[in-house]
Design a protein. Sequence first.
Length: 298
Amino acid sequence: MKLDPTSLRLFVRVAETGTISGAADASFMATSAVSKRLSELEAYFNTPLLKRNNRGIVLTPAGSALLNLSRGVLHNLEDLGLQMRDYSSGQRGMVRVFANMSAITQYLPNEMRVFFEQHPDIGVQLEEKVSPIITREVMNNNADIGVCAQLLHGYDLIEFPYHVDDLVLVVPKQHPLAEREQIDFRECLDYPHVGLHTASAINLEIMRAASMVNKTLRIRIQVTSYDALCLMVQEGLGIGVLPRGAIRQYVDGLNVKVLAIRDSWARRRLSIYVKDLDKLSMAARVLVDHLVNAAAVR
């Protein structure tokens, strides 16, 4: 025979009831079937586990040791079952999320705080990536969830609406455009720009906007963070386009001016991407639902 939980449970019940018939009744089994299981256990361990007498059974020293060990094993199995049910219900798990800088700096901190308050046993592995890479990595199953700018990606992904970014122009306070409150983007294309990563969604968007008016975007220097871009602008190295909400914390103490961009593309939509809802872990499904609902109430 192979050692199995059913035989151990029957052995524990025999020890606790003191009779084989009592254990058989409690287990809804025939007495002969329980007796056979006990004999197989003794054969498996090659030692007597109990002695039968007129009043029932008495455990041998080996039987007493097995009783203690069996209780521990059965408890661990029950705990294993409970924990695995937590995974299937979404109460436990690890979720891989790739998000762009805009989502990470504006929305995810508060939304993840609320999520962890509600689901403390779910872990999230969050990595910052540029938007075109995020959709590719979700498609390749390297991320469970992608949060980034809505874009034409060419992949068969499921998309949920997230938040909306208002892109703005940041200029030094001594700049000729600093007297303005808003601007059409084409009006700033005669000035050098501070850009983000070459592959960032914002960089691609402003390059596309420049080409639509038959102009070339003059990028003097590129950086990899919003705060670095603001500092470069303050020093007069160029002007830059950023999400309004993401730079609020940077610009207050800087010598820069923020101008609204009137172009329709400057109101940028963010989206949540997944490859296949049915194949997501329950923990990932719970996080998707949380992020979608959090965006809907804003």
